[in-house]
Write a protein that binds this ligand. Structure first.
Ligand SMILES: *Cc1c(COP(=O)(O)O)cnc(C)c1O
Length: 354
C-alpha cells in the first residue's frame, strides 16, 4: 500500500507544533464567519457571485485577463498542462518540480506529455539549462511546447526566483515558440518576501495560479489565471474533469478573506522560519538551508541521527515536521507562532542531546 500517508499511530500525543505542512492550518473563526456569510449561486453556470468576485480579483492581482476557480493547485497545474499541450509534447521544468514529482504522473496520465527535469540549484534553473535541453525541430524530436517554473520553489527550499531570472526564462521560451506556466502555489510568499507585486512576477507567464490552502490558510481552492482565450479552454477541462462546482462561494469567501487578512502576515511566517533555522543551525552537525520564505530544510545526519528517526522522536513529543529523503522540512504557517518555533527547536535540541 503506497496510496496514502500513514495515519498517526495510536497512543501518540496530539500535535502541539505542526510544522508538517502549511496545508494543515485550519480556517480561523473569522474566516469561517466569512464563509457562513457568503453569497452563493451555481458556480458551474457562472452564477456564484463570490466565486466571480474572487476570479475578478485574482485576474487583477496576477495581471491577467481572466481567471477560473478550481478545487486544488494540482488541478490548476493539470488543467494548464492539458490546455497548453497535446499528447507527445514536451514540458521543461526543474527536476524537483511539483508537476514532475508530486502529481501522480498527471502530465503523462492525462495529457500524454513528457516532462523533462532540468538541473539547477535551489529548485531553479538557468537559461543555460534551457539551451542545453533544446532539441532540433525535426520529425524525430518531441515538440517542446511549455516551460514551467515554481514560485516559490518548494523542494528547492522555498526559494524565490529573482525577477530578472523569471523574465529571462519567459523570454527564452517565447523566443523558441514555447508557452510559459508558473506554479504559484506560494506566489504570495514570494511577493511578500521580495517586496515585489505578484503581477510583476507573473509578467511573461501565459498561465499562473495561486493556492489558497498553503500559507493563506483557506480550507480549499486555487485560482488559475491567463488570457481570456486560455481560461475559456481551461473551463472546458474543468467541466470534463468534474472540477465544475455548485455553491462554491462558501469556499471562495474563505479565499477572499485570506487575501484581505492573511497576505501581509506571511512576513511573520518568514521571520519564524529564520528563527527556526537559526536555532537549528546552532545544533552541532546540523546542516540548515537558509530560508527565503516559510520553508526550512535541514539535514541532521551530521548529529548522528537521520531525519526519519528525528521526526519520529519529535512527533512522540508533539512536534511534527515532514521528511524528504535525508532532509527534514519544517513549514511555517498561521497556526505556528514564535513560542511554537522555540518549543520545536528546544525539543529537537534535547533529542540530539545538546
Ligand atoms: C502544494 C503544491 C501544489 C499542489 O497544490 P494542492 O492544492 O495541494 O493540490 C503544486 N505545486 C506546489 C509547488 C505545491 O507546493
Amino acid at each position: 500500500m503506497v496510496h496514502a500517508p500513514p495515519r498517526p499511530a495510536p497512543g501518540l500525543p496530539p500535535v502541539r507544533v505542526n510544522l508538517y505542512s502549511d496545508t494543515q492550518s485550519l480556517p480561523t473563526p473569522a474566516m469561517k464567519a466569512a464563509m457562513m456569510a457568503a453569497e452563493m449561486g451555481d458556480e458551474q453556470a457562472g452564477l456564484d457571485p463570490t466565486v466571480n468576485a474572487l476570479c475578478d480579483r485574482m485576474a487583477k492581482l496576477l495581471g491577467k485577463e481572466a481567471a477560473v476557480f478550481l478545487p486544488s493547485g494540482t488541478m490548476c497545474n493539470q488543467i494548464a498542462i492539458l490546455t497548453h499541450c497535446r499528447p507527445g509534447d514536451e514540458i521543461l521544468a526543474h527536476h524537483t518540480a511539483h508537476i514532475l514529482t508530486s502529481e501522480g504522473g498527471g502530465g503523462a496520465a492525462l495529457t500524454g506529455a513528457q516532462i523533462t527535469g532540468l538541473p539547477g540549484e535551489g529548485g531553479q534553473f538557468e537559461v543555460a539549462a534551457l539551451d542545453a535541453a533544446l532539441r532540433a525541430k525535426t520529425r524525430y524530436s518531441m515538440p517542446q511546447v511549455l516551460v514551467e517554473v515554481e514560485q516559490t520553489a518548494n523542494i528547492g527550499g522555498g526559494t524565490v526566483w529573482p525577477l530578472a531570472k523569471l523574465r529571462a526564462v519567459a523570454e527564452w521560451a517565447h523566443a523558441h515558440g514555447m508557452s510559459t506556466h508558473m506554479d504559484g502555489a506560494r506566489l504570495m510568499n514570494a511577493a511578500v518576501a521580495a517586496g515585489i507585486p505578484a503581477a510583476e512576477m507573473a509578467v511573461g507567464y501565459d498561465s499562473v495560479w495561486l493556492d489558497f490552502t498553503k500559507g493563506l490558510g483557506a480550507p480549499l481552492g486555487a485560482v488559475l489565471c491567463g488570457s481570456a482565450e486560455f481560461i475559456d479552454a481551461a473551463w472546458r477541462w474543468k467541466q470534463r474533469l468534474g472540477g465544475s462546482m455548485r455553491q462554491a462561494g462558501i469556499c471562495a469567501a474563505a479565499c477572499l478573506y485570506s487575501l484581505d487578512h492573511h497576505v501581509d502576515r506571511l512576513a511573520e511566517d518568514h521571520a519564524n522560519a529564520k528563527r527556526f533555522a537559526a536555532g537549528l543551525a546552532q545544533v552541532p552537525g546540523f546542516r540548515v538551508q537558509t530560508p527565503e520564505t516559510n520553508l526550512v530544510f535541514f539535514e541532521p545526519s551530521g548529529a548522528g541521527i537521520t531525519a526519519e528517526a528525528l521526526s519520529a522522536k519529535a512527533r512522540a513529543r508533539g512536534i511534527a515536521f515532514s521528511v524528504m529523503g535525508p532532509r527534514g522540512r519544517a513549514c511555517m504557517h498561521l497556526d505556528v507562532d514564535r513560542a511554537g518555533v522555540d518549543e520545536a527547536v528546544g525539543v529537537i535540541r534535547e533529542i540530539v542531546g545538546n
